[in-house]
Design a protein around this ligand. Structure first.
Ligand SMILES: O=C([O-])CC(=O)C(=O)O
Ligand SMILES: [Mg+2]
Length: 576
């Protein structure tokens, strides 16, 4: 079986190629749990067979549709099962794109692409948000692995039902805070599926090595609980020990199944679990929280490159956040860390340049007793202020960052105030999807009279203001997590370290060209993302080696080349 797997995958030179013996500490080598079988412990007699004929056409990993050559049609019993034309992969892609573009409604495009996610650049924010909201009614065929409270005590067995054994990246959500849309329960599955599609499309991680997981622990969303089409458990979310035990079982089962070096990306958990999970499993597993760490790394990159446009060093600026949750505090902490490194000042000092505003107003020291633990480091000395506008006027930030998950909260007054004391106010409206953006590109440019440098989490079209075209950037964690993940797995990292996030930011910021700056862009265009991901992967891996956290030896000399050689491309392989 091993040689068979090498045979079908061996045509792309890549260390990520599944050598089933490559992991430590897990059950990877014992793919089917056969070694653990006893009279009481029964095992499933899994088999692997070579697909041909009708079965081959229905196997989405190997099917090429009309792309099968004459020889392959003979060799694989396909004669008669396909019409006679042979259509190249390139032509198939063109046909697919033409069909997709013929749909006017983005959600229809999403549904058309659900069948094809491994091969095409994928649907992401904003449509994935709508897809999650309507997942119950658009549900066609399952994607990803659903692990619900019903499977408590049996999670290891559920993992075994997944058809792939060699997993390198897991994106897991419990659906409690899907983008800025709130608790979507089990329907959050669109997010891990979408994120992993980007892992493949943007970061070149092999699709079969990606595992999307939704932990269904119920939902507190009354609409879903009363929806006859809801696909998840109809019960309220447990808190405390029951939740912690379930997560513990999951995390242990993952390690046991896939080993020490599988990357587990936490996605769209609610604040009250996200920080604790990251802290708890950060020391025992290879975990990464995209909303806290990925977003932070992308925003820091944007800030580093924005300095070329707004001048000064990071330490010269004053930052204000609306929203003191995962993204807000995550970004703030990474900026404070970078300033601390640059200025050799303790992070406790550098944090004072960053101000957070939450739903109760400015985060200040007089509120410290009642603050959630992740907000406490940001409670600076200042009189209490109730609104963002008051806070902006009092603190006069140079950079305003929206991470509130609430749309239309950067009002005209706020943007105008930012423009009175800043030559070029930097305004980042990061909440997703578009409906939750703190302001639109059009509003930022119009209200600032064309002064703002603007980027947002979800994409906005270029906007023309007084004869000039403004290009909004997309400050979305999608710039970093695919390359970051590739970097981590290609060097066999065993833990994620904050310095690896800084390394990713620096690599991304370096990719912004003079031409981009001239257009007011603080991020490089997404069209070059595979190249960018390779640079990020290389820088992250270099840092992991430097920190002694990389287990793959010897260290490749040219990490960029190595990253590129590790990237999977969806081209049809030739069959014997
Ligand atoms: O998914 C996205 O577009 C960015 C993200 O992580 C979030 O908003 O939670
Ligand atoms: Mg997210």
């Amino acid at each position: 079986m091993e040689s068979f797997m090498k045979g079908i995958r061996g045509d792309v030179p890549c260390v990520l190629d599944m050598d089933p013996t490559h992991t430590v500490g897990g059950g990877v080598e014992d793919f089917y749990g056969e070694d653990r079988a006893t009279e009481d412990q029964l095992v499933t007699p899994w088999t692997i067979s070579v697909a041909s004929g009708h079965t081959l056409l229905r196997d989405k990993r190997h099917n090429k549709g009309l792309g099968f050559t004459e020889t392959e049609r003979d060799a694989h019993y396909l004669r008669g099962l396909l019409p006679p034309a042979i259509i190249s992969q390139e032509l198939q892609e063109r046909k697919m794109m033409k069909n997709l573009r013929s749909y006017d409604v983005p959600l229809q495009r999403y549904m058309a692409m659900m069948d094809l996610q491994e091969l095409l650049p994928v649907v992401y924010t904003p449509t994935v948000g709508e897809a999650c909201q309507k997942y119950g009614s658009i549900f066609r065929r399952p994607q990803g692995l659903y692990i619900s409270l019903k499977e408590k005590g049996k999670i290891l067995e559920v993992l075994r039902n997944w058809p792939e054994r060699s997993i390198q990246v897991i994106v897991v959500t419990d659906g409690e805070r899907i983008l800025g849309l709130g608790d979507l329960g089990c329907q959050g599955m669109g997010i891990p599926v979408g994120k992993l599609s980007l892992y493949t499309a943007l970061g070149g991680v092999r699709p079969s090595a990606c595992l999307p997981i939704t932990l269904d622990v119920g939902t507190n969303n009354e609409t879903l609980l009363n929806d006859e089409f809801y696909i998840g458990l109809k019960q309220k979310r447990p808190r405390g020990q029951e939740y912690a035990d379930f997560l513990q079982e999951f995390m242990s089962a993952v390690k046991q199944s896939y080993g020490e070096k599988v990357l587990i990306q936490f996605e769209d958990f609610a604040n009250h679990n996200a920080f604790d999970l990251l802290a708890k499993y950060g020391t025992t597993h290879l975990v990464f929280n995209d909303d806290i760490q990925g977003t932070a790394s992308v925003v820091l990159a944007g800030l580093i490159s924005a300095l070329k446009l707004i001048g000064g060093t990071l330490a010269d600026h004053t930052f204000m956040f609306l929203g003191a949750g995962e993204a807000g505090t995550g970004i703030a902490e990474l900026i404070a860390l970078e300033i601390s490194r640059q200025t050799k000042t303790p992070v406790e000092e550098t944090r004072k340049k960053l101000w957070l505003v939450d739903s109760k107003g400015l985060v200040v020291s007089s509120r410290v007793e009642s603050l959630q633990h992740f907000k406490k480091p940001w409670a600076h000395n200042h009189e209490p202020l109730k609104s963002l506008l008051e806070a902006v006027k009092a603190i006069k930030p140079t950079v305003l960052i929206g991470t509130s998950g609430v749309g239309q909260t950067f009002t005209q007054e706020v943007v105008e105030a930012m423009s009175t004391f800043n030559e070029k106010p930097l305004i980042l409206a990061l909440s997703n999807p578009t409906s939750q953006a703190e302001c639109t590109a059009e509003q930022a440019y119009t209200w600032s009279k064309g002064k703002a440098i603007f980027a947002s989490g979800s994409p906005f079209d270029p906007f023309e203001y007084e004869g000039k075209t403004f290009m909004p950037g997309q400050a979305n964690n999608a710039y970093v997590f695919p390359g970051f993940g590739l970097g981590v797995i290609m060097c066999g990292a065993i833990r994620v370290h904050d310095d690896m996030l800084l390394a990713a930011s620096e690599a991304l910021a370096k990719q912004v060209s003079e031409e981009n700056y001239a257009q007011g862009l603080i991020y490089p265009p997404f069209t070059n993302i595979r190249k960018i991901s390779a640079q990020i992967a290389a820088n992250v891996a270099a840092k992991a080696y430097e920190l002694g956290l990389a287990s793959r030896r010897p260290r490749p000399d040219d990490l960029v080349k190595y990253a590129e050689s590790c990237m999977y491309t969806p081209v049809y392989r030739n069959y014997r």
